[in-house]
Design a binder for this molecule. Structure first.
Ligand code: PTJ
Length: 251
């Protein structure tokens, strides 16, 4: 019996506790890196400040991100330990809907964890998951952190990175790629350097992104391109910080 079943539904922090338990379970299964727990805690703190909901600002980011993924030639969804532990099935469904390639790309890379994460995604219905080859290198990153698949991230034009390290986000941008990041911390280097930043929890953001992808599958390309052209990421981050400040002031 999993720990989640012992958490009473009536607990005011039920959702947050269940999510923590999923991360802890992911660690025990060898999917999540130990520092993934720390990253999750930092994310929780920012989610608290946001009110643990998808703000109207994040929802707009999600709609533009969907437009961008639908217009891409070679879109890739890059996943790591935390993302698989929290949203494996939803990532598979999103990849199918776009359609996009799934690639396991780890900050703390080990062959064993990559294999486990690929297997977990396959169990959740993925037909093909890249990441095991690691036959290409993102310029500017030290050995293992820069490894990726030549047919995946390396040749992608648009990459979705839920929970990414700032250095890698910057290095991918330097390669000329469009980077869509999901990061609860609007001040992180990833949030600041991505082309489109979604300041939201992956748990809410991935299904909502799928919603927008489905919503816009039939939308004409020029309409989607206009949405992308008008996107101002810097402005959105400033407005998100203002949103948080106002929210704290009104409590
Ligand atoms: O599995 P690996 O080896 O690739 O390692 C993954 C982690 C997450 C450990 C690694 O990428 C890492 O150390 O990340 P950072 O630099 O700590 O950044 C994680 C960012 O994600 C932080 O800014 C957090 O605020 C944010 N974050 C944490 N949990 C969530 C989140 N953002 C959205 N949804 C979450 N659930």
């Amino acid at each position: 019996m999993g720990m989640a079943s012992k958490i009473p539904l009536s607990h005011p922090r039920y959702q947050s506790l269940v999510t923590r338990e999923r991360i802890a379970q992911g660690l025990r299964q060898g999917l999540v890196h130990e520092t993934g727990l720390i990253a999750h805690g930092r994310g929780e703190a920012f989610d608290y400040l946001l009110g643990e909901t998808t703000t109207f600002l994040a929802d707009h980011s999600l709609e533009v991100a969907a437009a961008c993924l639908l217009c891409a030639q070679h879109p890739v969804i890059s996943v790591n330990g935390n993302v698989v532990a929290l949203t494996a099935k939803e990532c598979v469904q999103l990849a199918d809907a776009i359609p996009a390639v799934l690639e396991v790309n780890l900050f703390h890379r080990t062959t064993e964890r990559i294999t486990k994460l690929v297997q977990e995604l396959e169990q959740q219905g993925a037909q093909q998951v890249l990441g095991t080859k690691g036959d290409a290198h993102i310029p500017g990153l030290d050995h293992d952190r820069g490894r990726c698949d030549s047919t995946g991230i390396y040749s992608a034009d648009v990459i979705l990175v839920p929970l990414e390290d700032g250095d890698r986000c910057q290095a991918l941008r330097a390669m000329g790629k469009t980077v869509i990041a999901i990061d609860l911390n609007p001040l992180s280097r990833t949030a600041q350097t991505a082309s489109i930043t979604i300041v939201d929890n992956v748990i809410r953001a991935i299904p909502r992104l799928r919603y927008w992808v489905d919503h816009h599958t039939q939308t004409a390309k020029p309409t989607l391109e206009t949405m992308m052209k008008h996107w101002d990421n810097h402005k959105m981050i400033q407005e998100t910080l203002t949103f948080i400040a106002k929210r704290i002031n009104s409590l």
